[in-house]
Design a protein around this ligand. Sequence first.
Ligand SMILES: Nc1ncnc2c1ncn2[C@@H]1O[C@H](COP(=O)(O)OP(=O)(O)OP(=O)(O)O)[C@@H](O)[C@H]1O
Ligand SMILES: [Mg+2]
Length: 209
Amino acid sequence: MKTIAISSQKGGSGKSTVTIHLAVAAANSGMDVLVADLDPHSQTAAEWASEREIDTPLVVKANTQDIVQLTAQAKDEGFDLLIFDCPPYVDDVVKVATEVADYTLIPAQPRFADIRTLPRVINNVAPPFAVVLNACQVGLNGQESSKTREARMLLEDAGIFVAPLHITRREAFADALNGGTAVYEFEPGGKAAKEIDRLWSWLQEVWNG
Ligand SMILES: Nc1ncnc2c1ncn2[C@@H]1O[C@H](COP(=O)(O)OP(=O)(O)OP(=O)(O)O)[C@@H](O)[C@H]1O
Ligand SMILES: [Mg+2]
């Protein structure tokens, strides 16, 4: 079983959006996927699942004390992938979840205020991890926009690893979640779905070395 944490101290950076979409991508590829919603305030993933008509991926609510036990149980029960959707603060929950995880993704919007704080708070995230630039402007010819490129360079100059792909700001990501769906079901074969496919493929390449 692989375990991923999706973490960022910044509220609204896209943690739950990335969590849900990676979970659906993995489930679509035939994996048994468990999502642990570790955010007692928003519970975005848990609420999304409650509106969903199908019961995959399975989403459960959990807190810091549950993480180690839940991970062992998920492994015993034969899940292939466990994803932690972390809350937007730096706390024990983030420390434990990112320590348990094989890999952590940190969604960040390419805005100066968001990027600037990252080098300071990243010490609380257990490696290995990568930042994934999310809600990026559409660039020309499918390239990165100048803002996205600048954010990438700022982070890389600070020695922070940034995934070599980005997720664009698309209404489909926001609208899909309303009915407990994901962009695969909401807009099958669309650009948003292709971006998640790329993220999911890249993540598997990272695991497989
Ligand atoms: N790539 C995107 N394109 C368009 N909208 C997006 C994108 N990513 C996230 N959003 C929207 O931004 C808002 C915040 O996203 P989300 O809930 O995933 O962030 P979060 O980091 O989990 O927030 P919190 O810190 O509150 O848990 C939501 O309305 C979501 O639909
Ligand atoms: Mg969230």
